[in-house]
Design a binder for this molecule. Structure first.
Ligand code: HAM
Length: 429
């Protein structure tokens, strides 16, 4: 008796994309690429894994993503790497390594890996579309990056989303604020959840992210960073919000918005959707990270960007009842049915594909009836039939797969004229 192998499944928190969903993905990525180019960004591809230090920099308040959720592994050369949990740090590492001229405007589409508790809209491998701009702290860049996200969401059909904005200040004004927040938390530590008892002192800002009612009550009664911003940071934020409103983009100040990474300075923002009754309603987020290049060993260089989850965008689009499909032409033009037994199809499909027609064929030398079934299912417009009779006569029969009385409408053309004849039929219809 043989031991049957239980079929493998995709790992928990991951998923396969196929069928109609893959057309939606294609459309989403193609639209983003189009927008990125329209805004002057170029595609950047960095490795899927990096030295763990690119993400886990061991400086100050570290995010849970870097400390608890990373997929870290040691390779055969004893190097410690991490699968990228996000797209920003690798792009900054690449910027330092290659010193491109600034401002450097990069866009990307990438998987990101986080060992999270999987739930709807929260995965262990998700995918992000994002941009980063390095080399300028002009608030006009903040406006441009946020406007790109906003215009892109509109273009993919989303209507029910809001932009939340905040400032994380800079090293100086945030430092003073964190001290005040820590004092406040110390005075109310007994009211915080158990989860924060050991961490509030080390990571006080993380408390602002906590959704627990007691923690929210404590932090709401405490100091807010927005009231501690230095004059420069305040002016920067004012420029950004004024620039956005000049474009007709409303932003809502959210003083509790701290986001999940330690690298943010000044502008931080998140786009949330109101189409989902879900905790996972952030469709994109980002901000400025003026100190990150230095933390990664580079010269001080300002930066800003955002990332948007493809799965989230698709979830929201479905909730809003919008589908877009692929922007690429995915329909087949032709399906070749070959019953010669001589594999006439191989040459024929090559010629048709080289002439630009989307063409498929059957395999395994199946019967005419079986091949016809596949042709009907394929969605192709025309079937091209080559049987022994056609082959002998140097002909191909063209059959309209949408016609009910194909016996009357089908016709034979000379094998040498097939590309021309097919082109005529397709341009006429
Ligand atoms: P993030 O907020 O962690 O930021 O992720 C960006 C977006 O990715 C989120 O708004 C959400 O749409 C999606 N996302 C995040 N985690 C998951 C998950 N587990 N499952 C499904 N979707 C998820 C960043 O990653 C920063 N690198 C963004 C940035 C770019 N900041 C500056 N530049």
């Amino acid at each position: 008796m043989s031991d049957a192998v239980t079929p493998f499944q995709a790992p928990i928190g991951t998923h396969d994309v196929l069928g109609a969903a893959s057309a939606e993905w294609e459309g989403m990525i193609a639209t983003f690429a189009q927008f990125a180019y329209r805004f002057g960004f170029a595609l950047v591809i960095t490795p899927m894994f990096e030295d763990v230090g690119v993400f886990h920099r061991g400086i100050g308040e570290e995010s849970e993503i870097a400390t608890k959720e990373m997929y870290v592994f040691t390779d055969r050369g004893n190097r410690t790497h991490a699968l990228r949990p996000e797209g920003t740090a690798p792009v900054v590492r690449a910027f330092i390594q290659h010193s491109p001229t600034t401002p450097w405007k990069a866009w990307y589409v990438t998987p990101a890996f986080r060992y999270e508790r999987p739930q709807k809209g929260r995965y262990r491998q998700h995918h992000q579309l994002g941009v980063e701009v390095l080399g300028t702290d002009d608030p006009a860049v903040d406006v441009e990056v946020i406007a790109l996200a906003h215009r892109f969401y509109e273009a993919v059909g989303l209507t029910k989303f809001r932009l939340l904005i905040n400032s994380m200040g800079d090293a100086v004004c945030r430092g003073a604020y964190v001290e005040r927040l820590r004092d406040h938390l110390a005075a109310h530590a007994d009211q915080l959840t158990d989860e924060h008892q050991l961490t509030w002192s080390k990571n006080p800002l993380r408390l602002l992210d906590c959704k627990d009612a007691n923690c929210v009550a404590v932090t709401n009664a405490g100091p807010m960073l927005i009231d501690f911003l230095c004059a420069d940071c305040r002016e920067h934020l004012n420029h950004v919000t004024a620039g956005l409103s000049s474009l007709g983009i409303a932003s809502h100040l959210d003083p509790r918005l701290v986001r999940g990474f330690d690298y943010y300075t000044r502008t931080t923002f998140e786009f949330v959707s109101d189409a989902l009754e879900s905790a996972q309603n952030a469709i994109g987020g980002g901000g400025r990270y003026d100190g990150l290049a230095e933390q990664l060993g580079g010269k001080p260089t300002s930066g800003i960007g955002f990332g948007s989850g493809i799965e989230r965008l698709l979830m929201v689009r479905e909730a809003e009842g919008v589908t877009m499909g692929s922007l690429l032409k995915r329909d087949l033009d032709l399906f070749v049915i070959d019953t010669t037994g001589l594999d006439a199809a191989t040459l024929l499909v090559d010629e048709l594909r080289r002439a630009g027609f989307a063409t498929d064929r059957a395999f395994d030398q199946r019967s005419m009836k079986a091949q016809m079934k596949v042709a009907d299912k394929s969605g192709a417009r025309l079937a091209l039939l080559v049987g022994p009779r056609e082959f002998e006569a140097g002909e191909v029969t063209i059959r309209d797969l949408r016609s009910d009385n194909f016996e009357q409408t089908q016709r034979s053309v000379a094998r040498d004229d097939v590309v021309f004849a097919v082109g005529q039929v397709l341009t006429k219809s």
